[in-house]
Design a protein around this ligand. Sequence first.
Ligand code: SAH
Ligand code: SF4
Ligand code: F3S
Length: 436
Amino acid sequence: MTDAKKLFIKTYGCQMNVYDSERMAEAMGAEGYTLTEVVEEADMVLLNTCHIREKASEKLFSDLGRLRPLKDARPDLKIGVAGCVAQAEGAEIQRRMPLVDIVVGPQAYHRLPALVRGSGPQVDTEFPPEDKFDHLPERRALRGPSAFLTVQEGCDKFCAFCVVPYTRGAEVSRPVDRILTEARDLVSRGVREISLLGQNVNGYHGMGQGGAWTLGRLIRALAEIDGLARIRYMTSHPNDMDDDLVAAHGDVPQLMPYLHLPVQSGSDRILKAMNRKHTREDYFRIIDRIRAARPDILFSSDFIVGFPGESDADFADTLDLVRRVGYGQSYSFKYSPRPGTPAAEKPAVAPEVADSRLQELQALILDQQRARQEAMVGQEVTVLYEKAGRQAGQMVGKSDHLHAVHVNDPSGRIGELVRVRVLASSANSLSAVKIS
Ligand code: SAH
Ligand code: SF4
Ligand code: F3S
Protein backbone atom coordinates (compact mmCIF):
# COMPACT_ATOMS: atom_id res chain seq x y z
CA MET A 1 0.00 0.00 0.00
CA THR A 2 1.47 3.30 -1.02
CA ASP A 3 0.23 6.74 -0.11
CA ALA A 4 1.75 8.35 -3.24
CA LYS A 5 -0.47 11.18 -4.40
CA LYS A 6 -1.45 11.46 -8.01
CA LEU A 7 -1.03 14.49 -10.27
CA PHE A 8 -2.86 15.03 -13.55
CA ILE A 9 -1.43 17.69 -15.87
CA LYS A 10 -3.00 19.08 -19.00
CA THR A 11 -0.77 21.22 -21.20
CA TYR A 12 -2.01 23.80 -23.69
CA GLY A 13 0.04 26.04 -25.99
CA CYS A 14 3.63 25.88 -27.12
CA GLN A 15 6.64 23.60 -26.51
CA MET A 16 7.81 25.88 -23.71
CA ASN A 17 4.70 24.89 -21.81
CA VAL A 18 5.39 21.21 -22.51
CA TYR A 19 8.85 21.69 -21.01
CA ASP A 20 7.43 23.60 -18.02
CA SER A 21 4.88 20.86 -17.39
CA GLU A 22 7.69 18.30 -17.22
CA ARG A 23 9.58 20.49 -14.75
CA MET A 24 6.45 21.03 -12.62
CA ALA A 25 5.86 17.26 -12.59
CA GLU A 26 9.42 16.83 -11.34
CA ALA A 27 8.93 19.52 -8.66
CA MET A 28 5.77 17.78 -7.47
CA GLY A 29 7.51 14.41 -7.76
CA ALA A 30 9.88 15.57 -5.03
CA GLU A 31 6.74 16.10 -2.89
CA GLY A 32 5.61 12.50 -3.43
CA TYR A 33 3.29 13.02 -6.40
CA THR A 34 3.32 10.61 -9.34
CA LEU A 35 1.73 11.39 -12.69
CA THR A 36 -1.59 9.91 -13.74
CA GLU A 37 -3.42 10.11 -17.05
CA VAL A 38 -6.77 9.49 -15.38
CA VAL A 39 -8.21 12.74 -14.10
CA GLU A 40 -10.74 10.97 -11.84
CA GLU A 41 -7.98 9.38 -9.73
CA ALA A 42 -5.95 12.58 -9.31
CA ASP A 43 -5.32 14.29 -5.98
CA MET A 44 -4.25 17.36 -7.89
CA VAL A 45 -5.15 18.67 -11.34
CA LEU A 46 -2.83 21.20 -12.96
CA LEU A 47 -3.82 23.06 -16.12
CA ASN A 48 -0.81 24.65 -17.82
CA THR A 49 -2.42 27.30 -19.98
CA CYS A 50 -1.89 29.39 -23.12
CA HIS A 51 -3.06 32.98 -23.64
CA ILE A 52 -1.97 33.48 -27.24
CA ARG A 53 -5.43 33.56 -28.84
CA GLU A 54 -8.85 34.03 -27.29
CA LYS A 55 -9.88 30.46 -28.08
CA ALA A 56 -6.83 29.07 -26.31
CA SER A 57 -7.50 31.00 -23.14
CA GLU A 58 -11.26 30.37 -23.10
CA LYS A 59 -10.51 26.65 -23.25
CA LEU A 60 -9.26 26.91 -19.67
CA PHE A 61 -12.63 28.07 -18.41
CA SER A 62 -14.58 25.35 -20.19
CA ASP A 63 -12.16 22.73 -18.82
CA LEU A 64 -12.52 24.16 -15.32
CA GLY A 65 -16.31 23.94 -15.68
CA ARG A 66 -15.93 20.23 -16.45
CA LEU A 67 -13.86 19.73 -13.28
CA ARG A 68 -16.61 21.10 -11.03
CA PRO A 69 -18.40 17.76 -10.37
CA LEU A 70 -15.06 16.18 -9.38
CA LYS A 71 -14.27 19.00 -6.99
CA ASP A 72 -17.82 18.89 -5.53
CA ALA A 73 -17.45 15.17 -4.88
CA ARG A 74 -13.93 15.55 -3.42
CA PRO A 75 -13.38 19.03 -1.96
CA ASP A 76 -9.78 18.07 -1.02
CA LEU A 77 -8.90 17.75 -4.74
CA LYS A 78 -6.39 20.54 -5.46
CA ILE A 79 -6.88 22.46 -8.70
CA GLY A 80 -4.03 24.56 -10.03
CA VAL A 81 -3.78 26.89 -13.02
CA ALA A 82 -0.28 27.55 -14.37
CA GLY A 83 1.11 29.13 -17.53
CA CYS A 84 0.28 32.22 -19.51
CA VAL A 85 -3.41 32.67 -18.61
CA ALA A 86 -2.38 32.40 -14.96
CA GLN A 87 0.13 35.18 -15.54
CA ALA A 88 -2.28 37.38 -17.50
CA GLU A 89 -5.34 37.01 -15.29
CA GLY A 90 -3.96 36.12 -11.84
CA ALA A 91 -6.49 36.18 -9.01
CA GLU A 92 -9.26 37.04 -11.49
CA ILE A 93 -9.29 33.33 -12.37
CA GLN A 94 -10.30 32.45 -8.81
CA ARG A 95 -12.96 35.15 -8.75
CA ARG A 96 -14.48 33.69 -11.91
CA MET A 97 -13.86 30.06 -10.91
CA PRO A 98 -13.68 29.70 -7.10
CA LEU A 99 -12.86 25.99 -7.42
CA VAL A 100 -9.29 26.98 -8.35
CA ASP A 101 -6.93 26.61 -5.36
CA ILE A 102 -3.66 27.71 -6.94
CA VAL A 103 -2.68 30.20 -9.65
CA VAL A 104 1.01 30.18 -10.58
CA GLY A 105 2.79 32.10 -13.34
CA PRO A 106 5.42 30.71 -15.72
CA GLN A 107 8.30 32.37 -13.85
CA ALA A 108 7.23 31.32 -10.35
CA TYR A 109 6.47 27.62 -10.69
CA HIS A 110 9.48 26.50 -8.66
CA ARG A 111 7.31 27.66 -5.75
CA LEU A 112 4.44 25.35 -6.72
CA PRO A 113 5.16 22.81 -3.94
CA ALA A 114 4.95 25.58 -1.32
CA LEU A 115 1.69 26.84 -2.83
CA VAL A 116 0.25 23.32 -2.71
CA ARG A 117 1.23 22.97 0.94
CA GLY A 118 -0.48 26.28 1.77
CA SER A 119 -4.13 26.45 2.78
CA GLY A 120 -6.76 28.63 1.16
CA PRO A 121 -6.49 30.23 -2.29
CA GLN A 122 -2.91 30.82 -3.42
CA VAL A 123 -1.72 33.15 -6.18
CA ASP A 124 1.88 33.69 -7.30
CA THR A 125 2.40 35.61 -10.53
CA GLU A 126 5.60 37.33 -9.52
CA PHE A 127 8.61 37.63 -11.81
CA PRO A 128 11.00 36.65 -9.02
CA PRO A 129 14.62 37.82 -8.96
CA GLU A 130 15.94 34.28 -8.52
CA ASP A 131 16.33 31.86 -11.46
CA LYS A 132 13.59 29.26 -11.10
CA PHE A 133 15.75 26.65 -12.81
CA ASP A 134 18.21 26.84 -9.90
CA HIS A 135 15.39 25.87 -7.54
CA LEU A 136 13.98 22.86 -9.36
CA PRO A 137 14.90 19.20 -8.94
CA GLU A 138 16.91 17.43 -11.65
CA ARG A 139 15.22 16.29 -14.84
CA ARG A 140 13.44 12.95 -14.49
CA ALA A 141 10.25 12.92 -16.52
CA LEU A 142 11.79 11.89 -19.82
CA ARG A 143 9.30 10.86 -22.44
CA GLY A 144 11.63 9.35 -25.01
CA PRO A 145 14.83 9.90 -26.99
CA SER A 146 13.84 13.42 -28.05
CA ALA A 147 13.82 16.07 -25.32
CA PHE A 148 13.10 19.77 -24.97
CA LEU A 149 15.52 22.09 -23.21
CA THR A 150 14.52 25.69 -22.56
CA VAL A 151 17.54 27.98 -23.01
CA GLN A 152 15.84 31.36 -23.29
CA GLU A 153 12.57 32.78 -22.04
CA GLY A 154 10.47 35.83 -22.59
CA CYS A 155 10.48 38.34 -25.40
CA ASP A 156 11.39 42.01 -25.87
CA LYS A 157 10.11 42.29 -29.44
CA PHE A 158 6.57 43.46 -28.70
CA CYS A 159 4.90 42.50 -31.96
CA ALA A 160 1.67 44.51 -31.97
CA PHE A 161 -0.60 41.44 -31.72
CA CYS A 162 1.26 39.33 -29.15
CA VAL A 163 0.82 38.72 -25.41
CA VAL A 164 4.07 36.82 -24.87
CA PRO A 165 6.17 39.82 -23.72
CA TYR A 166 3.53 40.39 -21.02
CA THR A 167 2.90 36.79 -19.96
CA ARG A 168 6.49 35.54 -20.08
CA GLY A 169 8.25 38.80 -19.31
CA ALA A 170 11.51 40.23 -20.61
CA GLU A 171 14.07 38.17 -22.51
CA VAL A 172 16.30 36.13 -20.21
CA SER A 173 18.93 33.62 -21.36
CA ARG A 174 20.04 30.76 -19.12
CA PRO A 175 23.78 30.52 -18.42
CA VAL A 176 25.81 28.23 -20.69
CA ASP A 177 27.07 25.90 -17.93
CA ARG A 178 23.53 25.11 -16.70
CA ILE A 179 22.43 24.27 -20.23
CA LEU A 180 25.44 22.07 -20.96
CA THR A 181 24.97 20.24 -17.64
CA GLU A 182 21.28 19.64 -18.33
CA ALA A 183 22.04 18.48 -21.88
CA ARG A 184 24.78 16.05 -20.75
CA ASP A 185 22.45 14.68 -18.11
CA LEU A 186 19.70 14.14 -20.70
CA VAL A 187 22.11 12.37 -23.04
CA SER A 188 23.46 10.17 -20.24
CA ARG A 189 19.90 8.94 -19.78
CA GLY A 190 19.34 8.01 -23.40
CA VAL A 191 18.30 11.25 -25.11
CA ARG A 192 19.60 11.43 -28.71
CA GLU A 193 17.90 14.63 -29.88
CA ILE A 194 17.56 17.96 -28.06
CA SER A 195 15.33 20.81 -29.18
CA LEU A 196 16.53 24.07 -27.69
CA LEU A 197 13.55 26.22 -26.80
CA GLY A 198 12.88 29.89 -26.36
CA GLN A 199 10.20 32.39 -27.39
CA ASN A 200 13.05 34.08 -29.22
CA VAL A 201 15.64 31.36 -29.09
CA ASN A 202 18.03 32.75 -31.68
CA GLY A 203 18.29 35.94 -29.62
CA TYR A 204 20.04 33.75 -27.02
CA HIS A 205 22.84 35.62 -25.21
CA GLY A 206 23.56 33.58 -22.08
CA MET A 207 26.73 34.04 -20.05
CA GLY A 208 29.50 31.56 -20.73
CA GLN A 209 33.25 31.46 -20.78
CA GLY A 210 34.55 34.83 -21.99
CA GLY A 211 31.19 36.64 -21.83
CA ALA A 212 27.82 36.33 -23.53
CA TRP A 213 27.47 33.45 -26.01
CA THR A 214 25.35 33.40 -29.14
CA LEU A 215 23.07 30.50 -30.03
CA GLY A 216 25.51 29.44 -32.76
CA ARG A 217 28.30 29.11 -30.21
CA LEU A 218 26.03 27.20 -27.82
CA ILE A 219 25.06 24.79 -30.60
CA ARG A 220 28.72 24.15 -31.42
CA ALA A 221 29.42 23.35 -27.76
CA LEU A 222 26.41 21.02 -27.57
CA ALA A 223 27.59 19.25 -30.71
CA GLU A 224 30.69 18.15 -28.73
CA ILE A 225 28.54 15.98 -26.44
CA ASP A 226 29.11 12.32 -27.31
CA GLY A 227 25.87 10.54 -28.10
CA LEU A 228 23.87 13.67 -28.92
CA ALA A 229 22.94 12.97 -32.53
CA ARG A 230 20.53 15.78 -33.29
CA ILE A 231 20.06 19.41 -32.33
CA ARG A 232 17.10 21.62 -33.24
CA TYR A 233 15.98 25.03 -32.00
CA MET A 234 12.76 27.02 -31.95
CA THR A 235 11.23 29.63 -32.23
CA SER A 236 13.37 32.10 -34.09
CA HIS A 237 12.88 35.69 -35.15
CA PRO A 238 14.16 36.55 -38.65
CA ASN A 239 16.09 39.57 -37.34
CA ASP A 240 18.20 37.43 -35.00
CA MET A 241 19.65 35.05 -37.62
CA ASP A 242 23.30 36.12 -37.22
CA ASP A 243 26.13 34.96 -39.51
CA ASP A 244 27.51 32.42 -37.05
CA LEU A 245 24.14 30.73 -36.60
CA VAL A 246 23.62 30.63 -40.36
CA ALA A 247 27.11 29.15 -40.77
CA ALA A 248 26.35 26.51 -38.12
CA HIS A 249 23.63 25.16 -40.43
CA GLY A 250 26.39 24.40 -42.93
CA ASP A 251 29.11 23.07 -40.66
CA VAL A 252 27.47 21.38 -37.64
CA PRO A 253 26.24 17.99 -38.86
CA GLN A 254 24.10 17.47 -35.72
CA LEU A 255 22.12 20.63 -36.47
CA MET A 256 19.07 19.35 -38.34
CA PRO A 257 18.03 20.78 -41.74
CA TYR A 258 14.70 22.17 -40.58
CA LEU A 259 14.00 25.68 -39.31
CA HIS A 260 10.84 27.28 -38.00
CA LEU A 261 11.22 30.94 -38.99
CA PRO A 262 7.89 32.73 -38.58
CA VAL A 263 7.24 35.72 -40.82
CA GLN A 264 3.52 36.33 -39.99
CA SER A 265 2.74 38.27 -43.19
CA GLY A 266 4.10 38.84 -46.68
CA SER A 267 3.01 42.49 -46.85
CA ASP A 268 5.46 45.25 -45.95
CA ARG A 269 2.58 47.46 -44.80
CA ILE A 270 1.28 44.80 -42.43
CA LEU A 271 4.76 43.79 -41.24
CA LYS A 272 5.27 47.42 -40.27
CA ALA A 273 1.90 47.62 -38.51
CA MET A 274 2.79 44.39 -36.69
CA ASN A 275 6.07 45.96 -35.49
CA ARG A 276 8.05 43.05 -36.96
CA LYS A 277 10.92 45.43 -37.90
CA HIS A 278 11.81 43.73 -41.20
CA THR A 279 10.50 43.76 -44.76
CA ARG A 280 9.55 40.85 -47.02
CA GLU A 281 12.79 41.40 -48.97
CA ASP A 282 14.79 41.16 -45.73
CA TYR A 283 13.08 37.83 -45.07
CA PHE A 284 13.85 36.50 -48.56
CA ARG A 285 17.51 37.49 -48.08
CA ILE A 286 17.67 35.62 -44.76
CA ILE A 287 16.10 32.53 -46.33
CA ASP A 288 18.65 32.72 -49.18
CA ARG A 289 21.59 33.00 -46.76
CA ILE A 290 20.43 29.93 -44.81
CA ARG A 291 19.79 27.97 -48.01
CA ALA A 292 23.28 28.86 -49.24
CA ALA A 293 24.69 27.31 -46.03
CA ARG A 294 22.39 24.25 -46.08
CA PRO A 295 20.71 23.77 -49.47
CA ASP A 296 18.36 20.93 -48.40
CA ILE A 297 16.92 22.81 -45.40
CA LEU A 298 13.14 22.86 -44.97
CA PHE A 299 11.47 25.94 -43.56
CA SER A 300 8.25 26.38 -41.66
CA SER A 301 6.51 29.56 -40.59
CA ASP A 302 3.56 31.01 -38.72
CA PHE A 303 1.10 33.32 -40.46
CA ILE A 304 -1.63 35.58 -39.13
CA VAL A 305 -4.48 36.48 -41.48
CA GLY A 306 -6.98 39.27 -40.90
CA PHE A 307 -4.61 41.53 -38.96
CA PRO A 308 -6.30 44.97 -38.59
CA GLY A 309 -6.02 46.88 -41.86
CA GLU A 310 -5.08 43.82 -43.98
CA SER A 311 -6.38 44.45 -47.52
CA ASP A 312 -6.83 41.98 -50.39
CA ALA A 313 -3.53 43.23 -51.81
CA ASP A 314 -1.74 42.64 -48.48
CA PHE A 315 -3.12 39.13 -48.35
CA ALA A 316 -2.05 38.51 -51.95
CA ASP A 317 1.49 39.48 -50.86
CA THR A 318 1.32 36.80 -48.17
CA LEU A 319 0.28 34.14 -50.70
CA ASP A 320 3.08 35.32 -52.96
CA LEU A 321 5.65 35.06 -50.17
CA VAL A 322 4.50 31.52 -49.36
CA ARG A 323 4.88 30.53 -53.02
CA ARG A 324 8.32 32.10 -53.28
CA VAL A 325 9.73 30.48 -50.13
CA GLY A 326 8.13 27.05 -50.60
CA TYR A 327 7.63 25.79 -47.05
CA GLY A 328 7.91 22.24 -45.75
CA GLN A 329 5.02 23.01 -43.45
CA SER A 330 3.37 26.06 -41.86
CA TYR A 331 0.87 27.15 -39.25
CA SER A 332 -1.72 29.81 -39.91
CA PHE A 333 -4.08 31.58 -37.56
CA LYS A 334 -6.92 34.02 -37.76
CA TYR A 335 -5.96 37.21 -35.94
CA SER A 336 -7.33 37.28 -32.41
CA PRO A 337 -7.38 40.65 -30.60
CA ARG A 338 -5.65 40.26 -27.24
CA PRO A 339 -6.29 42.56 -24.28
CA GLY A 340 -3.45 44.98 -23.58
CA THR A 341 -1.78 44.65 -26.99
CA PRO A 342 -1.59 47.71 -29.30
CA ALA A 343 -3.30 46.00 -32.26
CA ALA A 344 -6.38 45.22 -30.16
CA GLU A 345 -7.32 48.91 -30.33
CA LYS A 346 -7.59 48.87 -34.13
CA PRO A 347 -10.71 48.09 -36.20
CA ALA A 348 -10.93 44.42 -37.15
CA VAL A 349 -11.18 42.85 -40.61
CA ALA A 350 -14.67 41.38 -41.24
CA PRO A 351 -14.72 37.83 -39.83
CA GLU A 352 -15.99 36.27 -43.07
CA VAL A 353 -13.14 37.90 -44.99
CA ALA A 354 -10.59 36.61 -42.47
CA ASP A 355 -12.17 33.13 -42.62
CA SER A 356 -11.96 32.89 -46.37
CA ARG A 357 -8.36 34.15 -46.39
CA LEU A 358 -7.45 31.55 -43.78
CA GLN A 359 -8.95 28.79 -45.92
CA GLU A 360 -7.12 29.95 -49.01
CA LEU A 361 -3.79 30.19 -47.20
CA GLN A 362 -4.24 26.81 -45.52
CA ALA A 363 -4.97 25.16 -48.86
CA LEU A 364 -1.75 26.58 -50.31
CA ILE A 365 0.27 25.54 -47.25
CA LEU A 366 -1.16 22.02 -47.45
CA ASP A 367 -0.29 21.76 -51.16
CA GLN A 368 3.29 22.72 -50.38
CA GLN A 369 3.51 20.29 -47.47
CA ARG A 370 2.22 17.44 -49.64
CA ALA A 371 4.60 18.32 -52.48
CA ARG A 372 7.61 18.37 -50.12
CA GLN A 373 6.59 15.02 -48.67
CA GLU A 374 6.05 13.51 -52.13
CA ALA A 375 9.53 14.67 -53.08
CA MET A 376 10.96 12.42 -50.34
CA VAL A 377 9.59 9.25 -51.96
CA GLY A 378 12.48 7.08 -53.18
CA GLN A 379 15.03 8.93 -51.01
CA GLU A 380 17.16 7.52 -48.20
CA VAL A 381 16.62 9.29 -44.89
CA THR A 382 17.62 8.84 -41.24
CA VAL A 383 14.89 8.25 -38.68
CA LEU A 384 15.06 8.46 -34.89
CA TYR A 385 12.61 5.91 -33.49
CA GLU A 386 10.40 7.56 -30.89
CA LYS A 387 7.73 4.94 -30.26
CA ALA A 388 6.13 1.75 -31.50
CA GLY A 389 3.55 2.23 -34.26
CA ARG A 390 -0.07 1.12 -34.19
CA GLN A 391 0.58 -1.92 -36.35
CA ALA A 392 2.59 -4.90 -35.08
CA GLY A 393 6.31 -4.59 -35.83
CA GLN A 394 6.03 -0.95 -36.80
CA MET A 395 8.21 1.86 -35.44
CA VAL A 396 7.50 5.59 -35.71
CA GLY A 397 9.98 8.43 -35.66
CA LYS A 398 11.08 11.66 -37.27
CA SER A 399 13.40 12.21 -40.20
CA ASP A 400 16.10 14.89 -40.18
CA HIS A 401 13.59 17.09 -42.02
CA LEU A 402 11.03 16.47 -39.26
CA HIS A 403 8.74 14.29 -41.34
CA ALA A 404 6.90 11.64 -39.34
CA VAL A 405 8.02 8.26 -40.73
CA HIS A 406 6.49 4.79 -40.22
CA VAL A 407 8.90 1.89 -40.65
CA ASN A 408 8.14 -1.83 -40.57
CA ASP A 409 10.97 -2.99 -38.28
CA PRO A 410 10.08 -5.73 -35.79
CA SER A 411 13.54 -5.59 -34.19
CA GLY A 412 13.56 -1.78 -33.99
CA ARG A 413 14.24 -0.13 -30.63
CA ILE A 414 13.14 3.25 -29.32
CA GLY A 415 16.08 5.66 -29.46
CA GLU A 416 17.70 3.92 -32.44
CA LEU A 417 18.78 5.95 -35.49
CA VAL A 418 18.21 3.98 -38.69
CA ARG A 419 18.65 4.57 -42.40
CA VAL A 420 15.47 3.92 -44.35
CA ARG A 421 14.18 4.31 -47.88
CA VAL A 422 10.91 6.24 -48.26
CA LEU A 423 8.25 4.23 -50.12
CA ALA A 424 5.17 6.42 -49.95
CA SER A 425 3.71 9.66 -48.65
CA SER A 426 0.28 9.90 -47.01
CA ALA A 427 -1.61 12.79 -45.40
CA ASN A 428 0.77 13.59 -42.56
CA SER A 429 3.50 10.98 -42.70
CA LEU A 430 5.87 8.93 -44.81
CA SER A 431 6.22 5.16 -44.84
CA ALA A 432 9.61 3.57 -45.36
CA VAL A 433 11.67 0.36 -45.29
CA LYS A 434 14.86 -0.16 -43.39
CA ILE A 435 18.01 -0.35 -45.46
CA SER A 436 20.02 -3.30 -44.21
N1 SAH B 1 7.99 33.71 -30.68
C1 SAH B 1 7.41 33.21 -31.83
C2 SAH B 1 6.00 32.71 -31.69
C3 SAH B 1 5.07 33.23 -30.67
S1 SAH B 1 3.42 32.70 -30.57
C4 SAH B 1 7.58 34.22 -32.93
O1 SAH B 1 8.10 35.27 -32.75
O2 SAH B 1 7.19 33.97 -34.05
C5 SAH B 1 3.12 31.57 -31.89
C6 SAH B 1 2.35 32.13 -33.01
O3 SAH B 1 1.04 32.48 -32.63
C7 SAH B 1 2.91 33.39 -33.61
O4 SAH B 1 3.99 33.14 -34.45
C8 SAH B 1 1.73 33.97 -34.31
O5 SAH B 1 1.63 33.50 -35.64
C9 SAH B 1 0.55 33.44 -33.52
N2 SAH B 1 -0.10 34.53 -32.77
C10 SAH B 1 0.44 35.27 -31.79
N3 SAH B 1 -0.45 36.20 -31.35
C11 SAH B 1 -1.57 36.04 -32.09
C12 SAH B 1 -2.83 36.69 -32.14
N4 SAH B 1 -3.11 37.73 -31.34
N5 SAH B 1 -3.76 36.25 -33.04
C13 SAH B 1 -3.49 35.21 -33.86
N6 SAH B 1 -2.31 34.56 -33.85
C14 SAH B 1 -1.35 34.96 -32.99
FE1 SF4 C 1 5.35 37.39 -29.75
FE2 SF4 C 1 7.25 36.19 -31.14
FE3 SF4 C 1 6.69 38.75 -31.57
FE4 SF4 C 1 7.89 38.01 -29.32
S1 SF4 C 1 8.72 37.87 -31.41
S2 SF4 C 1 6.21 39.48 -29.49
S3 SF4 C 1 6.91 36.04 -28.94
S4 SF4 C 1 5.34 36.97 -31.97
FE1 F3S D 1 0.85 30.27 -25.32
FE2 F3S D 1 2.39 31.28 -23.47
FE3 F3S D 1 3.38 29.61 -25.26
S1 F3S D 1 0.78 32.33 -24.51
S2 F3S D 1 2.14 30.02 -27.05
S3 F3S D 1 1.87 29.13 -23.75
S4 F3S D 1 4.40 31.36 -24.36
